[in-house]
Write a protein that binds this ligand. Sequence first.
Ligand code: GNR
Ligand code: NI
Length: 174
Amino acid sequence: MAILPILEIPDPVLKTVSTPVDAVDDDLRAFISDMFDTMYAAPGIGLAAIQVGVPKQVLVIDLQEDEDEEGNAVRCPRVFINPEILEESEEESVYNEGCLSVPEQYADVVRPAAVRARWLDEKGESHDEQLEGLLATCLQHEMDHLEGILFVDHLSRLKRDMLLKKLTKLRRAG
Ligand code: GNR
Ligand code: NI
């Protein structure tokens, strides 16, 4: 169990373009386990490897939508290695996104409502699936990280500057 430090804007490492993984092995699985520890502790619903400083095409998602009878979150951890978007829907959806690398700031982002994606899981097995709803939104948000893109890069300059100013103020306030 290891909780890794999460890089925050304006750390230039977040702009790194991540490279594909060439072997899904025990070392990678140990790192993925640390990514889940880090994501659950934050807490967040997704995490890309570059957010903890590792420029590999690895991301983890757990929407934490399901609850048991006692109202406890049921874990549904998903791993995406070397993900690719094969198709995007014409239909768009708007979601009020946040990011662990842009703490406590939220803004509406427009993205394709559904995507067909291909990826490897933690066993190295290939998946090709149509995803929609929050899972599609979150996957696109995480895949942006692999290109060095943050959700604020989807906003108008005015909205982005306002949001970054708020973050600066918040940090000054401690
Ligand atoms: O925890 C997170 N919540 C979230 C909400 C809406 C859209 C995307 C996300 S991902 C984010 C965690 C994160 O920063 N992943 O990169
Ligand atoms: Ni993010």
